[in-house]
Write a new protein. Structure first.
Length: 125
């Protein structure tokens, strides 16, 4: 999976949020001042080349849709982060995550509950 630029990720975020849509729908999601039409078109072309999006013709209009789910994109990059910065150690990542991000005790308890439920749902692991 090819890495996206910040601008490409922003466009993908809008596409994931609204789902299959037309150019105008994407442009409308951008805050003011909106990027130029040519800028958005360039981003779309690059994302098509990287196989992140495709389109279907509807008359003379193109309806764009994501080829990669947001969750897959995010999980791939988190795995890369763990591999590249934490020696592929989930324990080192979790230690950094809980220590450096100043997570509240309440949020840590919620996180623990999520982990405990995941362990319970996979009894053979």
């Amino acid at each position: 999976m090819k890495k996206l630029t910040v601008a490409e990720e922003e466009l993908m975020k809008y596409l994931w949020e609204i789902g299959p849509c037309y150019f105008g729908d994407l442009k409308d999601k951008y805050p003011e001042p909106k990027p130029a039409t040519t800028t958005i078109n360039t981003l779309i072309k690059r994302l098509i080349d990287k196989k992140y999006i495709r389109y279907k013709l509807n008359g003379h209009s193109r309806k764009y849709y994501a080829m990669i789910k947001k969750e897959r994109y995010f999980s791939t990059h988190v795995k890369g982060l763990i591999s590249n910065y934490f020696n592929n150690s989930i324990e080192q990542f979790a230690s950094f995550f809980t220590r450096e991000l100043e997570i509240s005790d309440e949020d840590l308890k919620k996180l623990k509950k999520v982990v405990d439920e995941k362990i319970k749902s996979n009894p053979n692991d």
